[in-house]
Design a protein around this ligand. Structure first.
Ligand SMILES: [Zn+2]
Ligand SMILES: [Zn+2]
Length: 363
């Protein structure tokens, strides 16, 4: 038997850590022993059964931000995978349509999401198709490597900005200091851009203070710099998108990795008259995953500062903490992968004063 975080119904109390059969890998599949799995806004939306998540079939094991070791393989799988450390691609397509053939399976009309469309990785072990695996370095802390999936989403959003304007020299604004916005701002900052990360009062105690401690300039949006050429909208707030359209320079580009609970109304005339580019960003490509793993491998201690580790058995309570914005990135460690209790620091940390924060969804 194995322990897993399973959503079994629509009530919050229907999601719990329970014992299930250890799955066995079928053809073209591998069994991964999970080292760590992150929780994000999408898990919280699924847990709370928020609008837009009715499509999630139950029962399903949650968890799409994972790192682990290949422990068993099914038929037709290269035995070379055994013992490899891997990160599963969270959103992937059918592999056959023109979109997939162009390398953009994450926007395939038939795409599926690990831990929502089918059983995920918030478990001691999970089974996944071998063609969904990205190999990562074996010698970097799992507490850092578990960030590959969300960092890949951020790398992808940043790449959509650069596509728009490879020689970006002006100010860059990032609205929404959740994990994706914060990570995108950190990447841009490390690239030498002038970045301001904008949040709300409720983001001050945890997210914006962490951003400042990592060297970022933060703001409540009251005094934005002049000369904004690029804007990344990661909050999912209609008001933030409207502010972006009003404040960006003519010819500027806005990239939107956020999903909106309400469809925003925007002033299209401003977009037209100022030739503002408005570009969506969803999921991440294989090469975004590889770049994210490289970023983490080159400075794991830096990225690990975003992570708050908890034991898998505490997952139900941790979902509450994520929903209240008390942590930047909660990760779950299966007891079977956790070191001895004295050395782990895997305690439920003190609850800071923090109001409800926006929780943009990934999917
Ligand atoms: Zn996520
Ligand atoms: Zn496809």
């Amino acid at each position: 038997m194995t322990r897993a975080l399973v959503k079994r119904g629509s009530a919050e109390s229907d999601t719990a850590v329970v014992s299930t059969q250890v799955p066995s890998p079928g053809a073209h599949e591998v069994l991964i022993r999970t080292e760590a799995v992150g929780l994000c806004g999408s898990d919280v939306h699924a847990w709370r059964q928020d609008a837009g998540y009715e499509w999630v079939q139950v029962p399903v094991i949650l968890g799409h931000e994972a790192v682990g070791i290949v422990a068993d393989i099914g038929d037709d799988v290269d035995p070379g995978w055994l013992g490899k450390r891997v990160v599963p691609v969270s959103i992937d397509g059918c592999g056959r349509c023109p979109v997939c053939q162009s390398g953009r399976g994450y926007i395939c009309p038939q795409r599926s999401v690990l831990g929502l469309s089918f059983d995920g990785a918030a478990a001691e072990a999970c089974v996944i198709a071998v063609d969904r695996l990205v190999e990562v370095a074996p010698d970097v802390s799992a507490h850092a490597m578990v960030l590959v999936e969300p960092l890949a989403i951020a790398v992808h959003a940043v790449s959509r900005l650069s596509v728009a304007d490879p020689s970006a020299s002006g100010e860059i604004i990032v609205t929404g200091p959740g994990p994706i916005g914060l990570m995108a701002a950190l990447i841009l900052h490390q690239q030498g851009h002038r970045v301001t990360l904008v949040g709300t009062e409720s983001d001050l105690p945890v997210r914006l203070s962490k951003a400042e401690s990592l060297g970022l300039r933060s703001s409540l949006g009251d005094s934005l710099p002049a000369g904004i050429s690029l804007w990344l909208e990661a909050s999912g707030s209609s008001q933030a998108l409207a502010t972006a359209i009003e404040n960006i320079d003519s010819g500027g580009t806005i990239v939107v990795p956020a999903l909106f609970a309400r469809i925003p109304e925007v002033d299209v005339n401003l977009i037209t008259r100022r030739e503002i580019g408005l570009i969506g960003s969803y999921g991440a490509s294989r090469s975004d995953y590889a770049k994210a793993a490289e970023h983490i491998g080159s400075d794991p201690h830096f990225w690990e500062q975003l992570v708050s580790p908890f034991l898998l058995s505490d997952a139900s309570e941790v979902l509450g903490r994520v929903s209240r914005g008390e942590v930047i990135k909660a990760i779950l460690i299966p007891e079977s992968s956790a070191p001895a209790p004295e050395t782990t620091g895997l305690v439920l940390s003190e609850t800071p004063d923090s109001a409800l924060s926006d929780l943009p969804a990934d999917f």
